[in-house]
Design a protein around this ligand. Structure first.
Ligand code: PEP
Ligand code: MG
Length: 599
């Protein structure tokens, strides 16, 4: 990171400086900073004046009362539903107990009264004290209960801080978009931007293929992550330029720099408009090879963009986003409606619905609550833990509901089921048994579905790519998830900016796993797609074509550019060049070779 400071001509307080981070979503945004905080540790901390203490205590008590009412309501709802109701209401009881525990409520009041801390600060201090106590407990069950304290504190903080401050254009500033500045954003936070009008975002943390970055690309808004200190250096309302292509953030630029970026922004818009001509073009290489470009989506409303760019269908519907930002689980009917909307809208085009891939950086409050009630625990290493299909197989009730919803939607068009994170043959078998069971349940209830629905597997764990046999034998298609394949091959956390420089799609080991999966799938006559971020990177298009890939799944915002690249490529020539490239062991030479291929 580089933070050069200089006085600008905009007044004594407006400092001009630039920060360098990871470019995760291209384009240029110019707008005003809106600082947001989410993590509990980011709460405002200030000293109260003596005369403010009484009001602060009432504010604190009112927040406790609101949370007590919320939990009471949740308990009523749990009792009225079937299934995990008993466990869920026990879980709510536990939270209510912590809410009234003098070590939380009364001790926080003392901090407000005697140390004159604001309520949020007092609460977080007390929570940290209690969490430290729990960490020292020998009994694993009791140690895990610290999660309940954290959750109840998060609920109180949410009430104290008000629902997240309204993000979007400011009154009197309608001409400039808001640029969100945060220490960190979870994918659950970022997905909410789909409903808001924001120009871009920047964060201190995050990696290039974290799901937060992926959502930014799907929103087609410029974003830079891994800026380290942006949240503490930038002030609300500072004028910002986000250069999402180069990974640069300029704070309070002078008029000359601003003019330069406005010009560049205009040029980019012209280029984007030109690409629109390709919306209806057939995706074919110069030597007549047909290529299918599918779209990746997170929410049903994304389907409008899919149609706009003329995608061949949906290659990856990340269903887990339907489970985020809510306290309750989406019911079977609610899920069914969401999947049906997409399947029906695309009619004869395939919609590949990936089963729930929760875990690692994609967390769902509702699922966390559910899992706690069914004996959940804090995972020491979530990316290697009970993620995706592992979670679903461990929670059959959730998985069956989810599968029934997908199956029910299948009769309205052409739906496929895609299973994430498979590594073992027995996981494939267990999954297929669960699908068969969900089908039987629907048959018993006389509900229609497409009995011939195709089931595919994601190849995103190196073990799967290296031992493809059971996948080829038991599944109908493959989809390579390069984001995780790279993460697990190179043993680097895709959402950690500290190791982002080691995240390398061109590492020879990664390339061989991808190439070999495509080759073996093609040879076995099984359709193979790539749905990770490599598929949407125009610098990788020719490489993948040369490996024999003919199905790409990418964000709609990237689709036209990739189509343009396919139209300019010769598949036969690429096959020869890429075969040669794959023999190289040295990343630098691979890069050189690829640059020549792309020239
Ligand atoms: C991948 O891992 O490449 C993928 C497409 O899935 P996700 O990014 O949702 O993990
Ligand atoms: Mg993945």
């Amino acid at each position: 990171m580089n933070a050069g400071r200089a006085q600008s001509g905009q007044g004594v307080d407006a400092l001009t400086f630039a920060l360098h981070g990871l470019a995760v979503s291209s384009g240029i945004a110019i707008g005003h900073a809106q600082l947001i905080s989410h993590a509990t540790l980011e709460v405002d901390q200030y000293q109260l004046r003596e005369r403010e203490v009484a009001a602060e205590l009432s504010r604190f008590d009112e927040a406790l009362e609101t949370v007590r009412a919320e939990l009471g309501q949740l308990k009523l709802e749990a009792e009225a539903s079937v299934g995990a109701a008993v466990e869920l209401s026990a879980f709510v009881d536990l939270q209510l107990m912590f809410l009234d525990d003098p070590l939380l409520a009364a001790a926080s009041r003392v901090l407000i009264k005697e140390r004159r801390c604001n309520a949020e600060w007092a609460l977080v201090q007390q929570m940290e004290y209690l969490v430290a106590q729990f960490d020292e407990m020998e009994d694993a069950y009791l140690r895990e209960r610290k999660q309940d304290i954290v959750q109840v504190v998060e609920r109180i903080l949410k009430v104290l801080m008000g629902r997240a401050r309204k993000i979007g254009k400011r009154k009197g500033r309608e001409d400039v978009p808001a640029i969100v500045v945060a220490h960190d954003l979870s994918p659950a936070d970022t997905i909410q931007f789909k409903r808001l009008s924001i120009g871009g975002f920047v964060t201190d943390l995050g990696g290039a293929t974290s799901h937060t970055a992926i959502v930014a690309r799907s929103l087609a808004i410029p974003a830079v992550v891994g800026l380290h200190h942006a949240r503490s250096l930038i002030r609300d309302d500072d004028l910002l330029i986000v250069d999402g292509t180069r990974g640069v953030l300029i704070v309070n630029p002078d008029e000359r720099v601003l003019e330069e970026y406005r010009l560049r922004q205009g040029e980019l818009q012209i280029e984007r408009n030109k690409l629109k001509r390709l919306r209806t073009a057939r995706t074919q290489t110069l030597d007549g090879e047909d290529v299918q470009l599918y779209a990746n989506i997170e929410l049903p409303q994304d389907i409008d963009q899919v149609k706009e760019v003329g995608a061949a269908g949906v290659g990856l519907f990340r269903t887990e986003f339907l489970f985020m930002n809510r306290d309750d689980l989406p019911s079977e009917d609610e899920q069914f409606e969401a999947y049906r909307r997409v399947v029906k809208t695309l009619a004869d085009k395939p919609v590949t619905i990936r089963t729930l891939d929760v875990g690692a950086d994609k967390q769902s409050r509702a699922l966390r609550t559910f899992s706690q009630t069914s004996g959940g625990r804090t995972e020491p290493n979530p990316a290697l833990g009970r993620r995706a299909i592992r979670y679903c197989l461990a929670e059959p009730q959730i998985f069956l509901t989810h599968l029934r919803a997908i199956l029910r939607a299948s009769q309205y068009g052409k739906a496929y089921i895609l299973i994430p994170m498979l590594a073992h043959a027995h996981e494939i078998e267990q999954t297929l048994e669960m699908i068969a069971l969900a089908k039987q349940q629907l048959r018993d209830a006389r509900i229609k579905f497409d009995d011939t629905i195709k089931v595919g597997g994601m190849i995103e764990i190196p073990a799967a790519a290296m031992a493809l046999g059971p996948f080829l034998k038991r599944l109908d298609f493959l989809s390579i998830g390069t984001n995780d394949l790279i993460q697990y091959t190179l043993a680097i956390d895709r959402s950690d900016e500290a190791v982002a420089h080691l995240y390398d799609p061109l590492h020879p080991a990664v390339l061989r796993l991808v190439a070999q999966t495509i080759e073996r799938g093609n040879r076995a006559g099984l359709p193979v797609a790539v749905c990770g971020e490599m598929a949407g990177d125009v610098n990788m298009t020719r490489l993948l074509l040369g490996m024999g890939l003919r199905k790409f799944s990418l964000h709609p915002a990237q689709l036209l550019e990739v189509r343009q690249q396919v139209l300019k490529s010769d598949a036969a020539a690429l096959q020869v060049a890429v075969t040669r490239l794959l023999r190289l062991d040295d990343s630098a030479r691979i890069r050189e070779q690829l640059a020549k291929i792309n020239a």
